[in-house]
Design a binder for this molecule. Structure first.
Ligand SMILES: [Zn+2]
Ligand SMILES: [Zn+2]
Length: 257
């Protein structure tokens, strides 16, 4: 399983991208910065996209990708909570802001096939299985565990201030967990209000997991708040030292095998 980390931030700028991932070149997790990061030939290889929730930074590039493959014969399967898929259809590909690419265009068939997912159920997607894990966020949201038949597994929490234990205790517990750490510790109240973690909130959960005997996977903080970059790096490093683990923030374009 080759994971390309497309972006690790909450905002896209000249040198940062929205948090999203590409697994083996064919399965994308979120679509906030996919089109701005991949040439058309690579966009054309994507066969499925998992959406964690409907916020703009997680689904922005769906319309672009759909039109970029309009000459191709294949469809892309898009998975997400029913509410997420409805929001994308109502607010993003609404026929006004952009065409609804789940329907046939004038001379091209539908580009997207939407598949609602239910939390905690294993679902086959391409050559993988996925499980949506409930998140705590102001809109309906999930994270995903993705595993293949070789037993390789990765997970992304999506945006959440919620419980990480379901990731660690899953029968297909991931080797690597990408986790939302958007705000520094001084903004704990705001983080909890808008459904994100801070380094201390993350560390508290990791400490609890260790105390009950969980073997932690590699933890990679992502969805980093652009304006808090140095603060987050310092606070994560301090928490990592206290826990005796590594908590290095993710980087754009990093490859994880
Ligand atoms: Zn969000
Ligand atoms: Zn977000």
């Amino acid at each position: 399983m080759k994971i390309r980390v497309i972006g690790v931030h909450n905002l896209e700028t000249a040198n940062t991208r929205h948090t999203c991932f590409l697994v083996d070149g064919v399965l994308a997790v979120d679509a906030g910065s996919l089109a701005t990061s991949l040439p058309q030939t690579e966009l054309a290889k994507i066969r499925a996209i998992l959406l964690t929730h409907a916020h703009f930074d997680h689904c922005r590039d769906l319309p672009t990708i759909g039109l970029a493959i309009v000459e191709r014969s294949h469809q892309i399967d898009v998975y997400g909570l029913q509410e997420t898929l409805e929001s994308v259809r109502t607010h993003l590909m609404d026929g006004i802001v952009y065409p609804d690419l789940t329907k046939a265009l004038r001379d091209a068939s539908a580009r997207y096939q939407f598949h609602p997912v239910k939390a905690m159920q294993p679902i086959p997607v391409l050559d993988y299985h996925i499980r949506a894990i409930p998140a705590r966020h102001p809109v309906p949201a999930v994270g995903y565990i993705i595993w293949n038949k070789d037993g390789m597994s990765m997970a992304y929490t999506g945006d959440t201030s919620g419980d990480l234990l379901p990731f660690f205790q899953d029968p297909h517990a991931p080797r690597v967990l990408f986790v939302d750490v958007n705000f520094p510790n001084r903004l704990k109240s705001l983080a909890e209000l808008v459904g994100h973690l801070t380094p201390a909130l993350l560390a508290q959960q990791l400490r609890h997991a260790l105390d009950i005997g969980v073997k932690l996977p590699r933890i990679v903080p992502v969805h980093l708040g652009l304006q808090y970059h140095e603060e987050l790096a310092m606070e994560l490093s301090a928490e990592a030292d206290r826990l005796g683990i590594e908590l290095k923030p993710g980087q754009e374009d990093m490859l994880v095998e």
